[in-house]
Design a protein around this ligand. Structure first.
Ligand SMILES: NC(=O)c1ccc[n+]([C@@H]2O[C@H](COP(=O)([O-])OP(=O)(O)OC[C@H]3O[C@@H](n4cnc5c(N)ncnc54)[C@H](O)[C@@H]3O)[C@@H](O)[C@H]2O)c1
Length: 320
């Protein structure tokens, strides 16, 4: 029986992953520093999944599960989102120290470590689409947003070096704007959907030419759930995301149309948060040749289908 650990299981990706993974012949362990919601707890109990409240920055807590030989560790725990990463000490501590603890105490020789990195790593590099070996072009040390990318990048290097000594397999996945059910309302997709459902104003950041490559959560989970039964793993860094760019302006207008909302779009000239100017990235686009070649993965869900499913989820959950 395969032993699977999901760290950061109560977040957006974790909650989708535990619902899509095939539970047969697997023992699933979940850890998070916060307790699951009542609905999740019901799902966890019904499926005989183990949950432990553990903060990965605390070695003493982590040692409670260190004796288990995990086959796959999905390491999702992180500070996520521009608003949250504005606390540099917290960002650095959770991402760097927490991940080092995970590698030191939970990853053994036979473990496959799946680390969730980010498209933020490429920063303001204007040569699109980005390949895994492309340079990072991060902004000033004065803007706290870059601590997230810097911390993730450092963990990528730690994993790369440690894997040579400890001989474990790893996948570093650089995610591009994942969206779908269970995402927190602080992210663009749920934020716009929830505003539209209430006919509230939607804010579009300046410049209005900004694009993103929106990736539906099921396309990511489709890749993740196949990993425990893969015969061959080729360790490395992989971009994972939709390679089609969408203008954020068009994305918002499509959500307004699909929700039949009366919401108006207002342009936000300067993106400020807690009186700090956020240096924003104008375009992001992955080159997904590598993951397609090695794992035959490519996104299947178009924006329209993904948004219809996501709107349906938030519509139902806002009525409960
Ligand atoms: N969602 C995206 O579009 C996206 C894009 C790029 C990268 N990622 C990466 O994917 C991963 C998961 O993203 P998500 O959207 O599910 O985030 P999320 O914020 O919804 O979930 C993160 C989870 O980690 C937990 N956590 C945080 N600190 C912890 C600690 N010290 N110990 C234990 N648990 C802790 C949180 O409680 C939360 O449940 C993150 O590593 C993130 O950097 C996500």
């Amino acid at each position: 029986m395969k032993k699977i650990l999901i760290i950061g299981s109560n977040g957006f990706i974790g909650r989708n992953l535990i619902r899509s993974i095939n539970l047969i012949n697997k023992k699933i362990y979940l850890i998070d520093k916060i307790n699951p919601s009542r609905n999740d707890l019901k799902f966890i109990r019904e499926n005989k999944i183990s949950f432990k409240k553990i903060d990965i920055t605390k070695i003493k807590e982590l040692k409670k599960i260190a004796k288990i030989d995990f086959d796959v560790v999905y390491h999702l725990a992180s500070v996520v989102g521009v608003a949250k990463v504005l606390d540099p000490e917290k960002t650095i501590n959770i991402i760097i120290n927490g991940s080092k603890n995970v590698i030191d105490h939970l990853v053994k020789k036979k473990t496959l470590l799946v680390f969730f990195s980010t498209s933020e790593i490429y920063g303001n590099n204007i040569n699109l689409p980005w390949k895994e070996e492309d340079p990072m072009l991060l902004g000033s040390y004065k803007s706290p947003r870059w601590n997230y990318a810097k911390s993730k990048s450092l963990v990528e290097s730690i994993i790369y070096e440690r894997s040579k000594k400890k001989k474990f397999k790893f996948l570093i996945l650089r995610l591009f704007n994942i969206y779908g059910p269970y995402q927190s309302k602080f992210f663009i997709t749920p934020n716009i959907i929830l505003n539209c459902l209430k006919n509230k104003t939607c804010y579009l950041n300046y410049p209005t030419t900004q694009t993103r490559c929106f990736t539906y959560i099921d396309d990511l989970c489709d890749f993740l759930i196949k990993l425990p039964s893969k015969k061959k793993i080729i360790s490395g860094v992989y971009n994972i995301g939709n390679n089609k760019k969408t203008k954020i302006k068009d994305y918002i207008n499509l959500i307004i149309k699909l929700t039949k909302s009366k919401s108006k779009v207002k342009i936000n000239k300067f993106k400020m948060m807690n009186k700090i100017y956020i240096q924003d990235v104008i375009h992001r686009q992955p080159d997904i040749t590598k993951i397609n070649k090695v794992y035959r993965w490519k996104p299947k869900t178009d924006i329209l289908t993904g948004l219809i499913k996501t709107i349906d989820f938030f519509n139902k959950s806002s009525q409960q």
